[in-house]
Every structure is written in C-alpha cells, then in structure tokens.
Design a protein around this ligand. Structure first.
Ligand code: ADP
Ligand code: F6P
Length: 321
C-alpha cells in the first residue's frame, strides 16, 4: 500500500499553543503511518513548496513554546484562484493527500478552497481572539488572557500608588471576549466592548459613584475593536479631574508559554484532525462545545454566529464599584 502524506501549516496571527497542535498532528499522523510535511509560513509556503519532512523528534521541546515553529503568514496570493491552483499543483507534486490548517476564519476559507479542489483539509481554530463561531474555545485565548491580566495587575500597582485611572486596551480584533474576561479578572471599574458600545457619560458616572464610595484608583479595560484609548483617557481626566493614563498592551498578549488549557485543547484538536483525514474526511473544522471535541463542515461553520456573554457583562457591571 502506498504511504499517504499529510501536511500541516499555521496561518494568520500566531497564538500560544499552536506548537502543541503541530506536535499533536505530527505525532498522531506518524503513529498512524502517514508521512508528514511541515509547511512553512502558511499558504505562502504551500504555494512556493517550502516544506520539510517531520519526524517524532522534529516536534520535541516545543509543547511549552509560544509562537509557531512552522512560522506563519498572511498570503494575499492565496486569496486568488490562481494562488489556490498553484497550491494544488504543489500538493500533487509533493504527494500531499490532506492538510491540517491551524488558524482563524480566513485560513478556513482557504482550507475550503483547497478541499473543493480535491485536497481534503481540516481546520483547527488557533487565535487569541476566541472569535471563531463554531467553537467555544480557540487555541491561544487562555494564555493571552492570563498575560493581559498579569500586565494589568502591574498597571494597577502604579495606578493605586498615584491615585490614578488607567485605561488599558487589550487585543481581540473586532471581538470583546478578551476584554470582558480580563476586565472581570482585573476588577475593572468599566469594560468597553464593541458588542455593547459605550457612552462616555456612563463611564464618568461609574467612576464618580465609585469615588463617592471611597475608591481612589480605577482600571478601565477597552477592547481593541473600540480603540480610542487616548480619547477616552483625556475625557475621563477632564471630566473627573482624576489623573489618567492610557496603555495599549499590544503584541505582548500574543507571546509566551502556552497555558495548560491551551496545550491540552491543542493536543485534543490536533489528534481529532488527523483522525478525520485518516478517514478521508476533509472540508471540516474542529471545535470544542462544552467539554466535547466536535467538527463541522467549513462553510456551515463560517456561517455560524458567535454570541457575546451578556450575562457575564452585566455581572461585571453590577459588582464593579
Ligand atoms: P485568520 O486565519 O487568523 O482569520 P487571515 O484572515 O489573515 O487570518 O487569513 C489567513 C490567510 O488565509 C490569508 O493570508 C490568506 O492566505 C488565507 N485567506 C484568507 N481569506 C481567504 C479567502 N477568502 N479565500 C482564500 N484564502 C483566504
Ligand atoms: O487575531 C489576533 C490579533 O492579535 C488580533 O487581536 C489583532 O487585531 C491582530 O491579530 C493584530 O495583527 P498583526 O499582528 O498583524 O498586527
């Protein structure tokens, strides 16, 4: 019997835990008798044939490392039909029978295109933003939130010492999941997310009410999808007289050693992806629903809508004083 080949790539923004997913895919596939190719820099590497054969040792010592050993990229060429056809040609030349794509929604669109051209692909959700609808959880989310909380705790020390207000922007692209959870974990006085929007009046009222109750320093967490950290900071300072500083946490949130949760979920999802390809099943994306690993048709998954946890948002508002 001819040995089959599986490729694995990481695409879009990197996320802590991607290495754990790569490790799981490589080892599961080798164990099942596949030849495994590590494709570098996402679809870019696929189009240009940048890939190398992986063995059990290729993925040693990476489970604890942030970033991705396969590198990642955003490849505009692959969004065009000609780019996809080039990639299909490379797959044929290299004898690739299926690919595991670790990334976000954009990467899954590419995986669907490849699947439609006869290269079965399975997507694994990897992004710190947790903004992928078909899954409760995306690889990197937990680590990024823990990093943000660690940073905001440090900001609180200095805000407390100076009786200041600190406005902190966290990542999340257009989604407020990171902001909501880090805001709660840091005891923020106000959390501003795109799913809800904000009126500066409400922020000022909240700060003033808390000050009446004896509070001297304040943390306001703002999601990247809102931005405007300087504008919000200035407004707070002018209207309340409280000295205010703005901080954009930025890419620090994308790095660092993955948390236990990210390592474990990445391992579980990687294993399932290989099981699907082993059965010849492509055009699927893996997800986690509750405690279960699930999988969906990619187009179906891309059409799903993710809800924002309004109950948690209201709890945060109720108890922040
Ligand atoms: P993410 O996967 O994190 O959402 P991007 O949106 O940057 O990140 O997508 C990653 C890569 O996936 C892109 O650089 C491109 O190569 C590919 N991709 C994105 N959108 C599409 C699309 N509509 N069709 C085909 N490929 C796409
Ligand atoms: O999707 C992950 C993410 O870090 C978002 O939170 C952020 O909007 C974006 O990527 C930043 O992208 P880049 O690294 O290209 O600046």
């Amino acid at each position: 019997m001819v040995q089959k080949t599986i490729g694995v790539l990481t695409s879009g923004g990197d996320a802590p835990g991607m290495n754990a997913a790569v490790r799981s895919v490589v080892r599961a596939a080798l164990k099942k008798g596949f030849r495994v190719l590590g494709i570098q820099r996402g679809y870019n590497g696929l189009i240009h044939g940048e890939m190398q054969e992986m063995n059990m040792r290729s993925v040693s010592d990476i489970i604890h490392r942030g970033g991705t050993i396969l590198y990642t990229a955003r490849c505009l060429e692959f969004k065009e039909e000609a780019g996809v056809l080039k990639a299909v040609q490379v797959c044929k030349e290299q004898g690739i029978d299926g690919i595991v794509v670790i990334g976000g929604d954009g990467s899954f669109r590419g995986a669907a295109d490849l699947s439609a051209h006869g290269i079965p692909c399975v997507g694994i959700p990897g992004t710190i933003d947790n903004d992928i609808s078909c899954t409760d959880y995306t690889i990197g989310y937990d680590t990024a939130m823990n990093t943000a909380v660690e940073m905001i705790d440090k900001i609180r020390d200095t805000a407390q010492s100076h009786d200041r207000c600190s406005v902190v922007e966290v990542m999340g692209r257009r989604a407020g999941h990171i902001a909501l959870n880090t805001g709660i974990a840091c005891g923020a006085s106000f959390i501003i997310v795109p799913e809800v929007g904000y009126h500066i009046e409400d922020v000022i009222t909240k700060i003033s009410a808390a000050r009446e109750l004896g509070k001297h320093h304040f943390i306001i967490v703002v999601a990247e999808g809102i931005g405007k950290v300087d504008e919000i900071s200035k407004e707070i300072e002018t209207r309340t007289g409280i000295e205010t500083r703005g901080t954009v946490l930025g890419h620090v949130q994308r790095g660092g050693n993955p948390s236990v949760r990210d390592r474990v979920e990445a391992t579980r999802m990687g294993y399932r992806a290989v099981e699907l390809l082993e059965q010849g099943i492509g055009n699927r994306v893996i997800g986690i629903k509750g405690a279960e690993i699930v999988d969906y048709d990619i187009q179906e998954a891309l059409q799903m809508k993710k809800s924002f946890d309004m109950e948690l948002y209201h709890i945060a508002n109720e108890i922040s004083f």
